[in-house]
Design a protein around this ligand. Structure first.
Ligand SMILES: [Zn+2]
Length: 99
């Protein structure tokens, strides 16, 4: 999550800074350069994934990293202390990891 927050994930756009022969198109959809913003908030594949996560957790859809943090905080506030809170706090990071 820190790498995501700092936009230091090894996306194809990031990798192309060092390897000019590296493909930059998104590995999920192939329709746009694979930047952090595209990969997590703009890609049709990841937005469909997040739409399902938000529907399952009754969260408002998020379209930016700050909104993603707000959603995580909302899950924390809504969940009961203990094990349920740990599970709730893992949902968005786990989803980001899957992407
Ligand atoms: Zn994409």
């Amino acid at each position: 999550m820190w790498l995501l927050a700092e936009e230091r994930l090894l996306t194809r756009v990031y990798r192309a800074k060092w390897r000019s022969d590296s493909p930059v198109s998104c590995g999920l959809c192939g329709e746009a350069p694979e930047s952090v913003a595209h990969l997590f908030y703009q890609c049709r594949v990841s937005t469909a994934f997040w739409r399902e996560v938000c529907a399952a957790t009754s969260l408002a859809p998020f379209h930016s990293l700050p909104e993603m943090w707000e959603a995580t905080e909302e899950l924390r506030v809504r969940s009961a202390p203990g094990h349920a809170r740990h599970v709730a706090l893992s949902i968005i990071p786990a989803g980001a990891w899957v992407i």
